[in-house]
Design a protein around this ligand. Sequence first.
Ligand code: AMP
Ligand code: MG
Length: 416
Amino acid sequence: MVFLDIWAVLRNLEDMISIEKALDIIRQNIPASQLETVSLLDSLGRVIGEDMFSDIDMPSFDKSAMDGYALRSEDIKLPPVELEVIEIVPAGKVATKELKPGKAIKIMTGAPIPLGADAVIIKEDTQYISSTQTVRCFKRVERAANICFKAEDVKKGEMVISRDTKITPQHIALLSAVGKDKVRVYKYPTITIASSGDELVEITQKPIGAQVRNSNTYSIQAQLNNVGFKVTSLSIVKDEMDSLTKKISQGLRADIFILTGGVSVGDYDIVEEVLKKLGTEILIDQVAIKPGKPFVFGKNKHCLVFGLPGNPVSVFVSTEVFIKEVLSILCNDPGLKNPIIKAILTEPIERTSNRQQYLFARCYLEAETNLWKVEPIKGHGSADIASLSRSNVFIIVPADSPPLPSNSPVSVMVLE
Ligand code: AMP
Ligand code: MG
């Protein structure tokens, strides 16, 4: 009996690969990224897959930056000076007259600078005298004052945004000005999820006896929606061959299929078997991560398949660590992954493990020192959603780390 247990432990250690090794295997199996065309506004937050060029000069003509009077700067070198107002040009119209010495043309912001003018005096520095149809200028202006010159911002044909840029509202402003109503961005994969477990009931149902509400499909959806991805949920499925086969076959049509539950070593954990039966090549089945050790990754034709252990915190951590890695590579957007920062422990961490741990914690900026501090939250393990909900970070404790005293610097994965 003892002999058998030792073998079980040895086998366990052998199969369990590090997180980095697991990420390497996953990265090697991610298909080449593709591009898709989306409407301009839908490109917000996406990474652009092609260089963008302007089809026009910006501005496309010399224009007034202010409401005021276009004039010859030379004419008002010794203010106050009175000039005859010979025309009014609103934005969108071109002056019909050429500006001669001693004259002024009233001009609105954005209107083209009349021929002959070399500056604009702002309205606030003038007084219009209607009886004489003249304008009195109280200040001198330099040549080129308050004029935006043709092409000073962007030249026709110039690159305005380079590929691999993540589109912000500022970029949307520029892209609309250069006439791009469609944009090529890195394609988002289709993602389908499901949860297996005979004990699972829908959230609208009150669990009775040994039943448990399904929270996993919701948390995964929320985590991925939060970074812009749509997710199709196939909801819950029984730990039973036929139902699982049906549900998994459906899930495998997506680019990424995530199934939670049924990947441990329990008598009813048959997900891996069903996946194999359906032709999935299993590439990983255990990772040295806590929580989340039973972790299946495989490939079924074009579909990347993830079998996560059912415990809600394991699911949450695996989604942050592994699924977001895949999405960040496919969509060429490192920003999809959680930032990892350094913080100072406020309390010791005694618990050690041969797996890399992700521990519940709250991180805050200490006002007096301007340092990030992190306070571990004592939870009850991988089913403790309440402690998860109080966490804004996970403390990352590397595998085989010794106990960490207070004030140790640690890495934390930021969740907000
Ligand atoms: P399993 O990985 O199937 O052995 O499940 C491990 C634990 O997670 C069990 O206590 C399950 O009841 C629980 N669990 C499995 N799936 C879900 C789910 N979708 N939502 C909440 N808890 C779950
Ligand atoms: Mg189960």
